[in-house]
Design a protein around this ligand. Structure first.
Ligand code: FAD
Length: 315
């Protein structure tokens, strides 16, 4: 590993940023990572409500690519990941669905630890001009990255601008319930995936999953229900979710409830490039799950591609 001065900054410590930092380290560059929140993981998110812990963003990830799979297995050997299930429902397909241990933030934390990156938590960047880096990798959802670049006077050329402006996101509302006692009729493992669900998309028992020490359910509304109920008061959304939940699980003794509104739950369409880049000093690269492939693994792959791209220029 070279001791060259850091001149790559990464905005965001979700899986894209963590993958980029890891790859840069492999290439001999130690990055500076700025994360607005107090926790790493981004939308692989954990939160605490009334003594319960929740995975309230992504619930699991797949490992189709060799690089991702081998790193997830290395993280498993050190206790940061494990196979959660080999499929949901009565006819599991046998394909591994992984989770972070103790929660979904763990994989990004593990990658960042290996990367030796200088991690700044609670460090929201409002102007990219504040950074002295010669290369900057932007990993927030594309509209957030684009607006940050524009605010910093570093907007992309018109062709890239149009491409990025066209990227739309689906929304997901997560309803979080703390229970007095474990829910009844929850399957072993604690996950119910409702692939074509009109109302709900996923139900997760955080206690059964091993995230929470006390009973706690995450309920993801479907994208359509999330859009329809987006501006409704919390009580209306919680009432909707608990009503629909009763079809699948018996959870009658709710002590506390809470909501997360995820405006950027996933791209409607994915653009074919692994990342996009413009500018010279600094060089900007925008990466994330909207590029090349969606979800956690797509985001990881985009982070790796962004690091490769910027490392070429940092040399
Ligand atoms: C409700 C929900 C359920 C999902 N379920 C699944 C699932 O089951 N399986 C799956 O594979 N995928 C799932 N996904 C998608 C998956 O979570 C994302 O694809 C992936 O986590 C995106 O990672 P990322 O690093 O690209 O972005 P993010 O995780 O959003 O990371 C970007 C980071 O940038 C930070 N940031 C933003 N602005 C600034 C700033 N100005 N300065 C500094 N930091 C900043 C943010 O705080 C964030 O930490 C789900 C997503 C949601 C929301």
């Amino acid at each position: 590993m070279s001791n060259s001065p850091t001149d790559v900054a990464i905005i965001g410590a979700g899986i894209t940023g963590a993958a980029a930092a890891y790859r840069l380290y492999e290439l001999g560059i130690v990055a500076e990572v700025h994360e607005a929140e107090a926790l790493v993981g981004g939308r692989m998110a954990r939160c605490d409500v009334a003594g319960a812990a929740f995975d309230h963003g992504a619930q699991f990830f797949t490992t189709r690519g060799n690089k991702f799979r081998s790193l997830v297995q290395a993280a498993e050997a050190e206790g940061a990941t494990q196979v959660w299930t080999r499929g949901f429902g009565d006819n599991p397909d046998g394909y591994e669905r992984w989770r972070g241990v103790p929660d979904m933030t763990a994989l990004a934390a593990w990658l960042l630890g290996k990367s030796q990156a200088r991690l700044h938590l609670g460090s929201a960047i409002h102007d990219l001009g504040e950074l002295s880096a010669s290369g900057i990798i932007l990993t927030p959802p594309v509209p957030v990255s684009l607006s940050l670049a524009q605010r910093s006077g570093m907007e992309p050329p018109s062709k890239i601008m149009s491409q990025l402006q066209a990227i739309q996101y689906k929304r997901t509302i997560a309803v979080l319930l703390v229970l007095e006692s474990p829910p009844k009729e929850m399957p072993v493992g604690g996950g119910i995936q409702l692939l074509d669900g009109e109302d709900l998309a996923f139900i997760s028992d955080n206690n059964e999953k091993g995230v929470s020490s006390i009973p706690a359910l995450t309920i993801h509304l479907s994208n359509q229900a999330s859009l329809d109920l987006w501006d409704q008061p919390d009580e209306t959304v919680i009432g909707f979710a608990t009503d629909k939940l009763s079809r699948w699980v018996e959870a009658t003794d709710v002590t506390t409830s809470s909501i997360t509104r995820w405006r950027y739950a996933g791209p409607v369409d994915v653009v074919p490039e692994s990342s996009v880049t413009w500018g010279q000093k600094p060089r900007l690269v925008v990466a994330g799950e909207a590029f090349n492939g969606p979800k956690v693994e797509g985001a990881f792959n985009s982070g790796i591609a962004a690091a490769n791209q910027i490392a070429e220029l940092a040399r």
